[in-house]
Design a binder for this molecule. Structure first.
Ligand SMILES: CCCCC/C=C\C/C=C\C/C=C\C/C=C\CCCC(=O)O[C@@H](CO)COC(=O)CCCCCCCCCCCCCCCCC
Ligand SMILES: Nc1ncnc2c1ncn2[C@@H]1O[C@H](COP(=O)(O)OP(=O)(O)OP(=O)(O)O)[C@@H](O)[C@H]1O
Length: 843
């Protein structure tokens, strides 16, 4: 509704015509229904009630029963072989902006938390009024983050039936409870949202079904009409409920009976019942439910879209009659598109159903009668007809290639052995599936599959398969065409651990997918760091952002070390978004003590402006003489020799014991560990339980530093430190000058060794009253354990069996990103987001 004088400002197409304005149909990526406060539905424009749906890739929000009417107008994040382009236009989405949002054109406020208002480009982030955005030049150059975004024109993914959730590796959000009926394609109860349940006896409610499909699913919409309504008025109301703005004369209502699905028994056709009698049909017999149908036509005008057009949204209109077939349509259309000399066989007609959750393409048979096809679609659903297009497409041989990364396999096997396992467990068809990459150290392979249905079968099967009692995991891998990446572009590869510290990772995953290309954002609980590094293996220059705690940073750096020789960019710089509990490395590199809701956009800008620094990394070889005793129940477990990488610290004794207790408590009740404050409280709790005066670690271990035997004082914990922060920001080494040792640095090739006498001493270090007992500084360490002892590396603990531990420098130093001290003058961040030019003259 609008004031008459305001009509001129309405530039946004209504949901009924929106499907006809989609440039390139791209399906959305809906997760589970959730609760979204102060957001508005893009379809009906009303406030969202709970639960509602949102797209994980763009800002689209919809009611669950409006989802069917949302059109497939999501961001195009990769090339899928259909209507690929190299230049990008702004991707405007209306509303759900903050109330402080400012228009780039007129500089006035354009956001609102009261109504759906204002426009935002989902690539570059510029904001404008609905009346102003039309004068912005259409090309988008991705704004301030342009050199961090993986350009969509460089990513290829032939996904066909893979859902968007699979393509973008989006796992369902466990925090929002899904609907009991997981079919969110519409309410089986019907929508009452738009209809005031009226007590007005002059009105009646009708259930309206949209064609056979809705009847089968028992999905209807409720309309309220006056009891004395005329037929056309009821048809008009029914069409409006389904966002169809066609002439109501072309539609009719059929009584709802199961037989009605089979017959064409329409009781209220104009020729069956006189107009004057119609009101009585609705007044007296009061059928509870009606099916809306299109009246049959002898001829129609259809739109044919040329698929090869890279700009605009052009089509040609063509009249078809009962004799028109696909072949005759192609024959008539080609001359209209200036291709009169082309051979008919080189073209096909493709029917495209632009569903909000999936875009389905179907090649029409040459002899197919077009009018019958239209009739069939409308019989299924008139809404579906509104979302169906016909494209004329060149008949080139499209190559099918789907890449799946399968992980969780036993490590260190040969290509043949992996192939044999996959043949045995998944019955892979080797004529269409080949192993293109083998990651022996990680126990993973990449499968290249030239048949979509085989790719889908393998994808579904892997998720239910275990090998040696270990579940396999699988992710769809897009192909990055490195040669197309612009020279000055250094995309950021984002890893997020949703399990870290304060459990803020899920929100960040969502934000980064929207700010960047979702193909560059990886969730670590979904196959670890390998899928991300493999996707980026050909990218000539990239950087990494790890969102997690110290354990997570170590995890990603360890994986990078293992895989760097397979990467075109073998030494990417790594930034940290500290999501963990301790975040010691994040603190040292100035990323802060812990994430507390800062604007993800500003974080990306800081990563872009950060300074490159070097950091030593260390290899720890743990060689046990005998099986370790289980920490809790005393059961002996064999422990193979292992090598771990260390960045921050390695603790033996009391600090690892506290760590271990903390991790056990977290594993038992992960849901409770949802804030950094709580987590630290648990450290204190387990610490208080361990206050004792036994200082015997020095009796249970022997230490050699750079080949020299070192005598240990009475201690309960021995800690090797590479960075000046431990246990969540404590300075164990202290700042006192000491002529026995060099001033510690993170890149000096040296580790410092300190002892702590127990929990009280650790508490004092935490409080800043004391430091640890300085023991040594060196670059090569040998520790002999005489008993099983708790060990932690970067906060990840376990019980280590008696034997030797050797700590030595690991390969080259790693490139880390340190947050720049002086934030470069960027003005107001939000206002700097886009880069925009305004077309001269405008429209
Ligand atoms: C005087 C009684 C003091 C009792 C103190 C009770 C408990 C624990 C004390 C210290 C815990 C110290 C270190 C943590 C232990 C292991 C972690 C080692 C590995 C590691 O650093 O892992 C990190 C990886 O990111 C994660 O670790 C953490 O996040 C640890 C958080 C620990 C927070 C503990 C806060 C305790 C504050 C206690 C301050 C007491 C000051 C009083 C001093 C009294 C002096 C008489
Ligand atoms: N190398 C790894 N492999 C598998 N899981 C890991 C690895 N490192 C960490 N994790 C797991 O990720 C989760 C979060 O760890 P992370 O270190 O990010 O957060 P945190 O322990 O809360 O913080 P911090 O380490 O800063 O104290 C933990 O359950 C941890 O066990």
């Amino acid at each position: 509704m609008s004031h008459e004088k305001c009509l001129k400002n309405i530039k946004i197409p209504c949901s009924c015509v929106a499907p006809s304005l989609v440039r390139v149909p791209v399906a959305h990526c809906f997760g589970s229904p959730g609760h979204y406060k102060r957001k508005f539905c893009t379809v009906c424009r009303k406030s969202l009630e709970s639960p509602a749906l949102r797209c994980e890739v763009c800002e689209l929000h919809v009611h669950t029963d409006c989802i069917l009417f949302a059109c497939s107008d999501c961001r195009q994040c990769h090339q899928d072989g259909h209507q690929d382009h190299d230049t990008y236009h702004h991707h405007w989405r209306e509303g759900n902006l903050s109330s402080s949002a400012r228009c780039e054109v007129c500089r006035k406020t354009c956001g609102s938390s009261e109504v759906l208002s204002g426009m935002r480009c989902e690539w570059c982030g510029i904001l404008a009024h609905a009346a102003c955005y039309v004068i912005v030049t259409p090309e988008c150059t991705f704004g301030r983050l342009r050199n961090m975004i993986l350009p969509p024109s460089c990513v290829q993914l032939f996904s066909r039936n893979f859902s968007k959730l699979h393509c973008f590796r989006v796992t369902e959000n466990l925090q929002t409870e899904p609907d009991e009926d997981d079919d969110v394609d519409g309410s089986t109860q019907g929508s009452t949202k738009d209809v005031q349940i009226s007590t007005d006896s002059s009105k009646q409610m009708l259930k309206i079904f949209d064609g056979n499909d809705a009847v089968k699913r028992n999905q209807f919409r409720l309309i309220s009409v006056p009891r004395i309504a005329k037929n056309e008025e009821v048809v008009e109301a029914a069409l409006r409920a389904y966002y169809i703005n066609d002439d109501e004369q072309e539609y009719e209502l059929q009584t709802f009976t199961q037989q009605a699905l089979l017959s064409d028994d329409v009781i209220n056709r104009n020729d069956a019942v006189e107009d004057s009698n119609l009101s009585s049909v609705f007044r007296e017999s009061v059928p509870e439910a009606w099916i809306i149908r299109a009246k049959p036509k002898d001829e129609e005008v259809i739109r044919i879209y040329p698929a090869w057009l890279k700009v605009g949204m052009a089509y040609v209109s063509l009249r078809v009659n009962k004799d028109s077939t696909t072949q005759t349509v192609v024959k008539e259309v080609l001359p209209l598109l200036g291709k009169q000399t082309e051979c008919l066989e080189n073209y096909k007609l493709v029917e495209v159903l632009m569903g909000s959750k999936q875009v389905q393409r179907m090649v029409l048979d040459n002899q197919e009668l077009i009018l019958n096809r239209l009739k069939d679609i409308r019989k299924t659903s008139i809404r579906q007809m509104n979302q169906t297009r016909f494209y004329i497409v060149e008949n080139n041989k499209s190559i099918v290639r789907v890449n799946l990364l399968v992980g969780g396999l036993p490590p260190q096997l040969s290509r043949e052995e992996y192939t044999n396992i996959l043949k045995a467990e998944l019955a892979i068809k080797t004529n269409v599936v080949s192993v293109s990459h083998v990651y022996q150290a990680q126990g993973a392979v990449v499968l290249e599959i030239s048949c979509f249905s085989e790719a889908e079968r393998i994808y579904m099967l892997v998720k239910d398969t275990t090998v040696n009692d270990k579940p396999l995991n699988v992710v769809v891998i897009p192909e990055v065409v490195a040669s197309k990446i612009p020279q000055n572009c250094c995309p950021v590869l984002v890893f997020v651990n949703p399990k870290s510290g304060g459990l803020k990772g899920r929100d960040l995953l969502y934000s980064f997918r929207k700010l960047l290309n979702p193909h560059q954002v990886f969730e670590l609980t979904n196959g670890g760091p390998l899928p991300g590094f493999h996707t980026f293996c050909k990218v000539p220059s990239f950087r990494v952002l790890v969102c997690g705690g110290d354990g997570t940073v170590g995890w990603v750096l360890g994986a990078l070390e293992e895989i760097r020789h397979k990467l075109a960019c073998s030494e990417p710089s790594v930034a940290i978004l500290p999501l963990g509990t301790g975040n010691d490395l994040g603190r040292v590199l100035r990323w802060g003590a812990g994430y507390s809701g800062e604007d993800p956009y500003s974080i990306l800008v800081s990563v872009d402006e950060a300074d490159d620094v070097l950091m030593d990394r260390w290899t720890i070889l743990l060689d046990a003489d005998e099986p370790a005793e289980g920490a809790e129940n005393g059961v002996a477990e064999p422990e193979p020799p292992k090598i771990v990488q260390m960045n921050n610290y390695c603790g033996l004794g009391i600090d690892a014991e506290l760590s271990l207790d903390f991790h056990h408590a977290r594993e038992e009740e992960p849901g409770k560990f949802n804030s950094r404050f709580h987590n630290k409280g648990v450290y204190v709790k387990v610490g208080l339980q361990k206050i004792s005066h036994t200082r015997n670690l020095h009796k249970d271990i022997k230490l050699q530093v750079d080949q020299q035997e070192v005598e240990l004082p009475s201690i309960e914990g021995l800690i090797f430190i590479n960075i000046p922060s431990w246990g969540s920001g404590a300075d164990l080494w202290g700042s006192d000058s000491d002529n026995r040792f060099e001033k510690p640095r993170i890149d000096d090739g040296l580790l410092e060794v300190v002892g702590v006498t127990g929990v009280v001493h650790m508490g004092q270090v935490q409080g800043g009253f004391r430091s640890g007992i300085r023991i040594a500084q060196g670059s090569y360490f040998r520790v002999t354990l005489l008993k099983p002892i708790p060990v932690q590396v970067d906060g990840e603990p376990w019980i280590q069996a008696p034997g030797r531990i050797i700590i030595s420098a690991a390969g080259p130093k790693v490139h880390m990103l340190k947050k720049s001290k002086k934030q470069k003058k960027t003005g107001n961040m939000k206002e700097m987001r886009g880069d925009m030019s305004i077309s001269e003259g405008g429209r």
